[in-house]
Design a protein around this ligand. Sequence first.
Ligand code: COA
Length: 269
Amino acid sequence: MTLSVFRQGLFTNKVVFITGGSSGINLGLAEAFGTAGAKVAINGRNTAKLNDAVAYLHQKGVFAAGYAADVREYERLAQALQTVRDSWGPIDVLVCGAAGNFPSPAVGMSANAFKSVVDIDLLGTFNTCRAAFEHLRKPGACVLNISAPQASQPMAMQAHVCAAKAGVDMLTRSLALEWGGAGVRLNSICPGPIDETEGMKRLAGAPEAREKLTQVLPLQRFGTKDDVAQMALFLASPAASYVTGGIFPVDGGQSLLGGAVITQAILGG
Ligand code: COA
């Protein structure tokens, strides 16, 4: 973890709550906020993975705790948020990162398969924002919804994710309108192909898919978790105090291309 543009201590005594924080981009965000001084609560549905992630963060010197809950289960999630607030005080930064994905043509998925992804990504984001609202620091809190290029780029084999993430971005914008008066900012971050993530393993795990995707990306490389963390730290910092309702790609220029180009590169569609 390098915090190249942010001094350590920028988030000292801030409280950060991250769903889907046991792995990938979200664990990278937990480490970044923690390294910058925040107390970090991570949520995940798999207790063993969650415990491993908390142990990893402790090893990195991060003040962290884990809260097991499925973002589809409102009551358990609300309880986790209440506990964090009671223990550490109001939440300064809320990251809605829990997500699910698998590549499949629409006719290859059941209604329940489609619903699973919409429920984790979209309903889960709503549940987290809704349950957290009373616990957010007002004024001053920042919500970061982790979206994806699929929100604006139609892609074959990704109908469920495209629909869910488009909803996430519209939720970001709608809540930014509603909650601006309370001093709460909301923004979406859309990470493109980021190395060492479950999503990329599922979508472009094969070396030839990775190579093809690298070739079509304007910046000609995969991103890192640090690349996403730098955007998150900026958006959550006072430097972005006039920024709300935005959708921010961190994708090496993927969003400049058509979804079909990406589909062909990574899925051979
Ligand atoms: N193709 C088609 N259908 C699939 C599928 C695939 N590759 N993988 C799962 N499904 C279907 C299941 O068959 C089931 O439908 P059914 O009840 O009609 O049989 C439905 O999806 C739900 O599957 P289940 O495993 O019970 O759901 P879950 O809630 O435990 O898991 C998923 C959610 C499906 C999104 C799973 O992929 C997951 O847990 N992902 C988390 C990790 C992840 O995706 N990370 C990347 C984030 S970008």
